[in-house]
Design a protein around this ligand. Sequence first.
Ligand SMILES: Cc1cc2nc3c(=O)[nH]c(=O)nc-3n(C[C@H](O)[C@H](O)[C@H](O)COP(=O)(O)O)c2cc1C
Length: 436
Amino acid sequence: MSSKMHLLQMLVHTSQTHTLQAWADPIDQQLEGLQDYAYWQHLAKKLEQGCFDGVFFADSPATHGVYKESVVPSVEWGVAWPNHDPMPLVAVMSAATQNLGIGVTLSTNGTSPYLATRRISTLNYLSRGRVGWNIVSGFSQAEHMACGLGKQIEHDERYDMADEFMDICYQLWNSVPADAILKNKQSLKFADPDKVTRVDFKGKYFQCKAVGPTLPSEYGRPMLFQAGSSGRGMQFAMKHAELIFAIQSHVEGMKKTMIQLKAEAQKYGVPERKVIFGLQPIVRSTELEARQRAEELIERIPLEANLARMSGVFGLDLSKFDPDQPLSDSSSAQGSRGLMAAAMTNEKGESVTLREVTKKWALSVAIPPVIGTPEQVATEIERVWRETGCHGFNLSPTTNPDSVDDFVDHVIPILQKRGVFRTSYEASTFRENLLS
Ligand SMILES: Cc1cc2nc3c(=O)[nH]c(=O)nc-3n(C[C@H](O)[C@H](O)[C@H](O)COP(=O)(O)O)c2cc1C
């Protein structure tokens, strides 16, 4: 455990944050922000003012259609739709800042390893080492269908494909060593071709014949994250991730995840990975106001919208389940087994009903809320950090930009005063700051 906690802000490039129907709240500005660079640059600058390690853009590139086998509920309620691409925002936000890291989700489905490496490395080069890649193997059936795969690829096979995808990415990154770049204005030789390796990969799923598309960054390749928490997902994480994102709906679950991930590292003989959990602060000047705010946000969310999102993420049509029975078995689910399992039990490890699970999912995909005054929220965040031994937190906003503004203005100074959060950046790259 490092001496200071690390903080990322979780964002999505759609009409709202992870809080369903947040766009309908009178103080929310994200819907208008979809056509305003200034909205995203304000968030970036504010987070940098608060010394956040960075932003983390979650992304689900296509509209869920698992619930009642239809996209109608997703479109009607604006559930994870529209699906705007977060990649341009990496440029928009890094251009407005000097130290803030920008992590972005990019699926190994629907794009080639070559094009993925090119996009993410270009942004990392431009921002001088401030880009991170959350590698997902794409849990969403909608994504598979939208990208022309014809059917949902089966859970474990997606990870086999993603392993091969990454093999190509590493080869592309290693294709151009720093000393191959000559930039010699006298001889006019730009690079030494003898030092550039041609990638010639023919695997079961992907092929690539190319030289690395971008200049090698002196700050290294993009930082790699991963967030799958099924058995196969953790195996993938142990191979590729420098840091792991996880969601558990309670502290007991977080502690278990820490133990599990330590055991996985031992099993594969790799270094233990640092873990970042999700939390959702809801801050007001009194505890009562904060609780009322949480209620107001939850009450606005139609059950159908919530079930449409959960069905899409779990890969199970929840219209076929009794809301008052426990969600019994995740083995048939072809979506995110990790996220489903995380929400299915309470602190005592007992199964909870589907209705209970929907309550946890409404505001932020089962990320636990931290509700109260700035002092109370800071105290609770510190407690969770110390009790779990995690590296830090992905904070999920409700409405924005007020969630970010309030946290930076009122909670960050308390964490800094207590000596558990930085008062200035250690370095200029995402990796160096986040792994410090
Ligand atoms: C904090 C966190 C953020 C995630 N963000 C995304 C995301 O943006 N897009 C996505 O497709 N999956 C996302 N996932 C899902 C996982 O990366 C993973 O693909 C999914 O859980 C399926 O893997 P599993 O069955 O091994 O858990 C996220 C998971 C967690 C815990």
